[in-house]
Design a protein around this ligand. Structure first.
Ligand code: CA
Ligand code: CA
Length: 298
C-alpha cells in the first residue's frame, strides 16, 4: 500500500497542483496528517505574540489515473487512526463566541482507550472525523474554505466506514486530506474541534459520471449532501435543492411531489460548520426510505 507522508502537503486546492503520488482506480492508499496547527502547539504555553505559521495543511495531492473533469471519485474511508493527544486553541476574536474569549489559551487533551481525558474528573468517547478532504479546483481555494471540491467541510459524519463522493474538477482529481478532529460538534463554534494528527486509509475509485455538483456522503444509515456558501441561508437552500435534484433523478419510484413531501417528513436540514470562509449545511435523508444508485465504479 502506498503511504503519503505528512511532509507532502498543500495549503490550497488549485488547477496546477503537482501530485506526489499516482494511483489506479480501486487502489487503497494511506495518508498521514499533521493536526491543523501543523503540530506547532507543543505545550499549553502561548502568549499574545505567538503566531502560527502554515496552518491547515492537507496531505497530498494524489493523482487518480482515469479521473477526468465531469467524473466523480468515490472515497471509501476504511480506517481513521488518531495520535495520542489532541489540541484546542482559543483566541480572542475567533469563532462564534469571539467577543467572550478573554485570552489565548491552548488546551491539550490525552486520548486513552478511545476516550478524551478532558480533565481529572471528566472524560468522554472520541468521535474521529476528517475536517479537510478535497480535490483540485479550477480556481485556487485555500484549505480553510469548503466548496464544490470538498475542502474544509468540517462535517462530523466524514469518518471511518463512510463513503464520500466528490465531483472531479481537474484531470487526475488530485486528492488531499487533513485536519482530523478527535471530536467536534455541529457548527464548530470555536473554530476548532479537538485538533489532532493521524492516519487514514482510503479506497479511491473513479465513477465516469457526474452525480452532483456538491459532495455527497453515504454511511450505513443515511445520505448527506454538503453545500457551502457565504451565508447559512444560501448554504441551506443549496443543500436542500441539490439533494432534491439528486433524489428526483436517482429515485424514480417517487414522483416530484413525493420527494418533496418525504424530504419534509424524514429529511433533516442540518449545519456542518459556521466558522469557515463559506458556511456548510448538510441535507440528510435515510437510506431505508430513499434508495439511490450513485453510479457504477468503472
Ligand atoms: Ca477545519
Ligand atoms: Ca480543524
Amino acid at each position: 500500500m502506498k503511504v503519503i507522508k505528512k511532509d507532502h502537503h498543500i495549503y490550497s486546492f488549485r488547477p496546477d497542483l503537482t501530485s506526489v503520488e499516482s494511483i489506479e482506480s480501486g487502489e487503497i492508499i494511506e495518508f498521514e496528517t499533521y493536526d491543523s496547527y501543523r503540530d506547532q502547539l507543543k505545550s499549553e504555553i502561548v502568549d499574545q505574540y505567538f503566531k502560527l505559521e502554515g496552518v491547515n495543511p492537507a496531505t497530498g495531492p494524489v493523482f487518480v489515473k482515469g479521473a477526468e473533469r465531469g467524473d466523480t471519485i468515490k472515497i471509501t474511508i476504511i480506517s481513521l487512526k488518531l495520535e495520542k493527544e489532541g489540541t484546542m486553541y482559543l483566541r480572542p476574536g475567533a469563532g462564534v463566541l469571539k467577543g467572550y474569549v478573554d485570552r489565548p489559551e491552548v488546551k491539550k487533551m490525552k486520548i486513552e482507550n478511545k476516550r478524551i481525558i478532558y480533565n481529572d474528573d471528566f472524560s468522554f468517547p472520541i468521535r474521529p472525523m476528517i475536517g479537510v478532504i478535497g480535490v483540485g479546483t479550477e480556481e485556487e481555494i485555500s484549505t480553510f474554505s469548503p466548496g464544490q471540491h470538498g475542502g474544509n467541510m468540517d462535517t462530523k459524519e466524514i469518518t471511518e466506514g463512510a463513503i464520500l463522493y466528490l465531483p472531479v474538477l481537474t484531470t487526475g482529481a488530485n486528492l488531499a486530506i487533513g485536519d482530523f478532529h478527535a471530536i467536534m460538534g455541529d457548527g464548530e463554534v470555536p473554530i476548532c474541534g479537538v485538533e489532532i494528527g493521524g492516519r487514514v486509509t482510503v479506497k479511491v475509485e473513479v465513477i465516469k459520471e457526474k452525480i452532483s455538483s456538491w459532495p455527497i456522503l453515504e454511511d450505513s444509515k443515511n445520505y448527506y449532501l454538503m453545500a457551502s456558501a457565504k451565508t447559512l441561508d444560501e448554504a441551506t437552500q443549496l443543500a436542500t435543492e441539490s439533494m432534491f435534484l439528486l433524489l428526483k433523478d436517482k429515485c424514480s419510484k417517487f414522483s416530484v411531489n413525493d420527494v418533496i413531501r418525504l424530504m419534509g417528513i424524514v429529511g433533516d436540514l442540518r449545519i456542518s460548520q459556521v466558522v469557515n470562509p463559506l458556511k456548510t449545511a448538510k441535507f440528510v435523508v435515510p437510506k431505508d426510505v430513499f434508495k439511490v444508485n450513485l453510479g457504477e465504479v468503472q
